[in-house]
Design a protein around this ligand. Structure first.
Ligand code: GLN
Length: 445
């Protein structure tokens, strides 16, 4: 049965949740050992119990949701709370995500059953599912053949009736290519149509989650379930609301573009680390500051002092900066970054011909948790996307409160001005502040 057909029968009460769950587990018992579509399958007893309870509730109060009791498989690079998500890699062999991907959260809300996590090429890199650390998946049409990849497990699971529909991810064909190999339907959506939150990144500007289904109608049904604006971007909402309020205060709103912003983080982390490596050279244990104890020679004293006196991030920056400035690399890194810095500055010059001040979020997210990004410097650097280009361009900017997140954390609004126009920046900020209440909110300490 297709998803559409099964849903229909379930809604009409012609088939119960328990019957559905048992039928799929029976199928898994029968053929999964030949196909190996799954890295993890759901626990049968637990799911039967859940289905039992659901059937009981429905017998009292018949109210269904769009994916209620539908056994759907999810590719193992899409985060599922409490269920292992390996990406087909030893690297994440024991990774149990503490949260659901947005697509999974949506399907949960619609009542789906996670029947299993499907096999895939490691980190979605491949076209045959042979690159999985957990062994290959086989093509249900002929076990001697590949199912395609990297979403080979999802396509094989749908083709072999080991689930009623599945999710895959497609960076360069990884939904469509295995769908083709296994005789099922696979849709790669428009970039941005489906949230990537909770999809383990392979190539972020290309990755998309999409459905793998038995027929075209099912692909449309699944798209309706997973597509749409991701409300996790609450910063955007707060900032857009602030802009509307400014309009009400008689500000004239014009959309502008700062196209070089995409290079800002790379440029900043070259220039800032280069300058830091040179500035921090003075902390050598001689002139002032910490000095390592009882050392043999001068060189060893320098080395020990710096090794013991600096923390990990500062060391990382000194090393990056020293590298960027070193002979043979200077032109490629530091010199190039300075050239791009000029282009970033020109973006602002251009924009300020049309507007007096520029309004942006200050940060892409509210504050993150302690420990959340400390192990991942690149993630940490990305939180600077809205602020860094302002420094590179040398212009003034202010941040002021413009909202609170669902988690009751402040959201900041950035107002950027022309060089030496702090007064205008302050006036715009003050007008907004006086018209709103965000600055009056206090933490509930
Ligand atoms: N086969 C391509 C690769 O190996 C695309 C994979 C994908 O879409 N994830 O990169």
């Amino acid at each position: 049965m297709t998803l559409f057909e099964l849903k229909d029968k379930f809604v009409k009460g012609e088939v119960s949740a328990v019957e559905i769950v048992k039928a799929y587990f029976q199928r898994i018992m029968l053929v999964e050992s030949k196909i190996k579509a799954y890295i993890t399958t759901a626990k049968r007893d637990a799911l039967v119990k859940e289905a039992n309870e659901l059937d009981y509730t429905l017998s009292k109060w018949r109210k269904t949701t769009p994916l209620m009791a539908m056994p759907i498989a999810v590719k193992d690079n899409i985060c599922t709370e409490g269920v292992k998500t390996t990406c087909g890699s030893r690297m994440l062999e024991n990774f149990v995500p503490p949260y659901d991907a947005t697509v999974v959260a949506r399907m949960k809300e619609y009542g789906y059953y996670l029947i299993g996590k499907t096999n895939m090429d490691e980190f979605a890199m491949g076209s045959s599912t042979e690159n999985s650390a957990f062994g290959p998946t086989r093509n249900p049409w002929n076990l001697a053949y590949i199912p395609g990849g990297s979403s080979g497990g999802s396509a094989a699971a749908v083709a072999a009736e080991l689930c009623v529909a599945a999710l895959g991810s497609d960076t360069g064909g990884s939904i469509r290519q295995p769908a083709a190999c296994c005789g099922v339907v696979g849709l790669k959506p428009t970039y941005g149509r489906v949230s990537r939150y909770g999809l383990v990144a392979f190539a972020s500007s290309l990755d998309q989650i999409g459905p793998v289904t038995k027929d075209v109608r099912d692909a449309a049904v699944m798209m309706q379930m997973i597509a749409g604006h991701d409300p996790l971007e609450e910063v955007e909402l707060a900032v857009r609301t602030a802009i509307i309020q400014m309009q009400a205060l008689k500000a004239e709103i014009k959309e502008i573009s700062l196209p070089m912003t995409k290079y800002a983080i790379a440029t900043y982390y070259l220039i800032a680390t280069a300058e830091a490596s040179s500035n921090l050279a003075r902390y050598d244990g001689v002139k002032y500051g910490y000095r390592a104890a009882k050392e043999k020679g001068l060189l060893e004293m320098y080395m020990k002092t710096r090794q013991e006196g600096f923390g990990a991030e500062v060391k990382r920056r000194i090393m990056l900066g020293t590298y960027a400035l070193s002979a043979g690399y200077y032109d490629a890194y530091y010199g190039k970054a300075q050239a791009v810095r000029t282009l970033i500055k020109r973006d602002f010059d251009e924009a300020f011909k049309a507007v007096d001040v520029i309004v942006t979020p200050t940060m892409p997210t509210p504050a993150f948790k302690l420990g959340e990004k400390i192990q991942d410097p690149l993630q940490m650097y990305l939180s600077d996307i809205y602020t860094i280009s302002v420094n590179l361009a040398g212009v003034p900017a202010i941040s002021l409160p413009c909202g609170l997140s669902n988690g009751k954390l402040p959201i900041g609004l950035q107002i950027i001005g022309r060089p030496f126009e702090e007064e205008k920046v302050l006036r715009a900020a003050y007008a907004y502040e006086q018209a709103t209440e965000w600055h009056l909110k206090k933490p509930g300490l």
